[in-house]
Design a protein. Structure first.
Length: 318
């Protein structure tokens, strides 16, 4: 029964991680609908709406209450500041000095970083086959993106975005056993919204917010609900079930999803590099998921016999 439960949990985690990263990959095409809206004000709206939805779910369907400790709030604040705010600032600034392909290629290294650092945070050693699989996934994602070009400043900002993306997952690792994916998603989004609004005021002044057009409203609705609310839940649930290293392999699906989205919308057609990159990503994910890993050390007070991190209820929540 334990083996069946483990396989079910792993399968659910894989589907959740794939769905989350595929959803994030659609962001590029959908973002075109809000391109004229003030960037940081728009991001503040996106996370603010997502936070309201998630906090409402916490209130009515979030399971037994568990208040975050001071340490939890510090980690949540760091997660919001790095994984959401700094990531967005670096991305926006990098696009002025380098090509989107270069940014995508640098961020494609996320699976490698998570394969190395994720297990250490969970109290186990990195698995060489997963690290190798992450390298294959990163190569496939970079190939699908194209190598691009740009300045040294753009490269450094892209590395900053990479660090933010890694922090988005790693800082959640110690929080998920205590708070669960629902609360981690809700609190981090709620903390990020005012931070981004402050950045927006500094950059755009009073023009940080305005009434959106019908097209912009549709775009913000999709980004708030699909790419933020749902994707956050699925991603953090997947990390709790698979570990950051194996879940991180699915980050390679982002550029693949972007290509598929542009094809569906009739914007572009995939070339040989896109197809080869997708094949490498798929191969790396399959190899990584088939690799057995050492069990992690349970967190303090965590229930080791409970279902792995079900959505809405932290593992071991009383």
């Amino acid at each position: 029964m334990n083996l069946i439960a483990t396989r079910f949990s792993g399968g659910r985690g894989s589907v959740g991680a794939a769905s989350a990263m595929f959803s994030v990959g659609t962001l590029t095409a959908v973002s075109a609908t809000i391109a004229r809206y003030p960037v940081f004000g728009g991001q503040a709206v996106r996370y603010g709406v997502a936070a309201l939805i998630l906090l409402a779910v916490v209130r009515f369907a979030g399971g037994p209450a568990r208040r975050p400790s001071l340490r939890d709030w510090a980690l949540l604040g760091a997660l919001a500041a790095t994984g959401l705010v700094a990531f967005n600032v670096c991305i926006v600034a990098a696009t002025r000095d380098t090509s989107p392909a270069t940014i995508g290629t640098v961020i494609a290294a996320v699976p490698i970083a998570l394969a190395l650092a994720g297990p250490l945070l969970e109290g186990r050693r990195p698995a060489p086959p997963i690290v190798l699989a992450a390298c294959v996934v990163a190569a496939g994602a970079a190939l699908a993106n194209g190598l691009g070009s740009g300045t040294l400043r753009g490269l450094l900002l892209s590395l900053g975005a990479l660090a933010g993306e890694v922090c988005f997952s790693l800082l959640a690792v110690p929080l998920l056993p205590r708070l669960g994916p629902l609360r981690v998603s809700a609190y981090s989004a709620a903390l990020a919204a005012p931070m981004l609004l402050a950045v927006g005021v500094a950059v755009d002044g009073t023009a940080v917010l305005r009434a959106p057009t019908a097209g912009e409203l549709a775009g913000f609705t999709y980004l708030s609900v699909g790419v933020t609310t749902v994707a956050f839940l699925l991603w953090y649930d997947a990390i709790g079930r698979l570990g950051a290293d194996r879940a991180g392999l699915f980050a390679g699906l982002i550029p693949v999803s972007a290509v598929i989205t542009t094809v569906v919308l009739g914007i572009d057609r995939p070339g040989p590099a896109d197809l080869a990159g997708a094949a490498l990503v798929a191969a790396g994910v399959v190899v990584g998921l088939r690799t057995r890993v050492a069990p992690r050390r349970p967190a303090a007070g965590e229930c080791v016999t409970c279902d792995p991190a079900p959505i809405g209820i932290a593992r071991g929540s009383a």
